[in-house]
Ligand binder design. Sequence first.
Ligand code: CA
Length: 230
Amino acid sequence: MSQPTILIVEDEKKLSRVLQLELEYEDYRTETADNGKDALRLITEKKWDLVLLDIMLPGLSGVEVLRRVRKSNDDTPIILLTARDEVHDKVSGLDLGANDYVTKPFQIEELLARIRVHLRQSAKKEIESPTLSVGDLAINTDSREVQRENELIDLTPREYDLLICLLENKNIVLTRDQLIERVWGYDYFGDTNVVDVYIRYLRQKIDKPFTDAYIQTVRGVGYTIKDIKK
Ligand code: CA
C-alpha cells in the first residue's frame, strides 16, 4: 500500500497536533478537521484509508457523523476516540458501525497498533473481492456478480464470459474471430454471427436500461468496451 491517508477529527488542538505529528512520522498522510460538519464533508468528498473520529465535537457529534457516513454506505474504517465517561456513546458508535475505539488518554503505541490492524484488514478485503470495472459497471469475479448503478444484473454464463473478455481488453477492439476463440474456444465450428447475437443479449442487459452504452461496435472490425468520457 502506498502512503495510507488518515483523517484526524479532533477539536482538542494539542491532541490533534500530536496525532498528526506521530502519524506523519509513521509515514501516513494526514489531514485534520476540528468539527463534525467539516469531518462529514471531508469523509464524503475524499477517499480515506482510515478516519480517527473524536466523539465530543462542536456542531455534529462524532456519533452523528458516523451515523450519516454509514447511512450513505461508506465503509471507510473508523476508529472512535472516546473519553472514559462516554461509555454510552462508545456503545452506540460500535452499533452504528465504528470499527474500533480507543479511550482517552491512550498510549500512542496502542493507537498505532490498532491503525495497523485496520489498514491490514481493509487491504485484505480488497484482494479478496477482485473487481473488473468500467465507469459504474462493476464485476466481482469471485461471486460473479455484475452491477451497474448498484443494480444487480443477471447474466447467463456465456454472456458473463463475453463481458469479462471485453472488460479484460478494455479500449481494445476485438474481432469476431478473437471473441469466438476466447469465449467459445478453439474447437467452436459454428458461425461467427453467434458473437453478434450474444453482443445483442449483453447490450439488452448492461446498456439498454441505462443512459450510456459501454459496448461499442467498430464497423467492419468487431467490438470493444470503452470508458465513457463525460
Ligand atoms: Ca472533543
